[in-house]
Write a protein that binds this ligand. Structure first.
Ligand SMILES: C[S@@+](CC[C@H](N)C(=O)[O-])C[C@H]1O[C@@H](n2cnc3c(N)ncnc32)[C@H](O)[C@@H]1O
Length: 285
């Protein structure tokens, strides 16, 4: 297949995430309970303080933009930016429900930030940067809009073998499909998984004080069925793979995915391992 242009990739991302926005809203409380610790880590790595002006990239349904807004308080402001208007609509509803008047959400592309140089005191981003077609360009844009001395804190997925939570369905689906080797340069869930990938691009762009850590945890589910239903409702790239299966294959794949979770059974449910690469970097003073 011919390589996609950056514009085609961005349009694909927009459509993918708009399509799953309902799923994100449906499972919002569950994923908030399960993954809020990542938002707290980003808030700390970005050194957020009261009164700051913060930009969150690829906010989706509001993570970590909403925690950013709670942290910087009524004298600060947060802009949450994302391609997918329907994800942002959910984020806006949540901001209203939380009574947050200091956060706004706008539809835009991370690789062409519509802001003046030196406009933000911090930038956060959770699970977005690996989906960009031109990550070095985004790194340069983030550097441009940050004030000197300000921090970027980003979370991206680490290696596939340390993320059974994501890899169980991918491995099962591949048992049914004769897929070509994935293009290692193409954006995707594990594009920034290797140590130094994102940190290297940020350093190249001019960031200093690079900090990187692989942060391991697990996501808890009451049942294999709940694991399957929640992940398949929100994970647009995995949905795209699943859509390639026939109806019969889908039914068989579902059974295999649910039973694969058995190996992660604990006394109180199922604990699916995840590994997240946490990267922080500072714009030089
Ligand atoms: C996996 S979701 C993560 C959402 C949220 N940050 C979270 O952790 O719950 C990835 C988000 O990145 C957004 N995204 C992908 N490419 C983008 C781009 N070029 N510009 C802005 N947002 C983008 C998608 O629309 C999607 O909402």
């Amino acid at each position: 297949m011919a390589q996609q242009t950056p514009e085609q990739i961005i349009e694909g991302q927009r459509q993918d995430w708009n399509r799953v926005a309902g799923g994100w809203e449906k499972w919002d409380r569950f994923f908030d309970e399960q993954m809020a610790f990542l938002n707290h880590r980003l808030v700390a790595d970005a050194r957020l303080r009261a009164g700051m002006r913060v930009l969150d990239l690829g906010s989706g349904t509001g993570y970590p933009a909403l925690l950013d807004a709670q942290t910087i308080g009524s004298n600060g402001s947060v802009i949450g930016l994302d391609l997918a208007e329907q994800m942002l609509s959910a984020a806006r509803r949540k901001a209203t429900a939380l009574g947050l008047a200091n956060v706004t959400f706008r539809t835009d592309d991370v690789t062409a930030l519509p802001f003046e140089p030196n406009s933000f005191d911090a930038v956060t981003s959770r699970f977005c940067l690996m989906f960009l077609p031109e990550i070095p360009k985004a790194a340069a844009e983030i550097l441009r809009v940050l004030r000197p001395g300000a921090w970027l804190a980003a979370a991206v997925w680490s290696a596939p073998d340390k993320n059974p939570y994501l890899m169980i369905p991918i491995t099962v689906i591949k048992q049914f499909l004769d897929l070509p080797q994935p293009d290692p340069t193409a954006p995707g869930i594990f594009k920034l998984a290797k140590p130094g990938d994102l940190a290297g691009m940020l350093q190249q762009a001019g960031f200093t004080n690079l900090c990187e850590e692989e942060f391991i945890a697990d996501v808890r589910f009451p049942s294999g069925e709940e694991y399957y239903a929640s992940l398949m409702d929100i994970a647009a790239p995995i949905q795209n793979l699943f859509a390639k299966l026939s109806d019969q294959q889908k039914a068989a794949a579902r059974g295999r995915i649910v039973s694969s979770v058995d190996q992660y059974r604990r006394a109180d449910g199922f604990a699916l391992p995840i590994a997240v690469r946490m990267v922080a970097a500072r714009k030089p003073l």
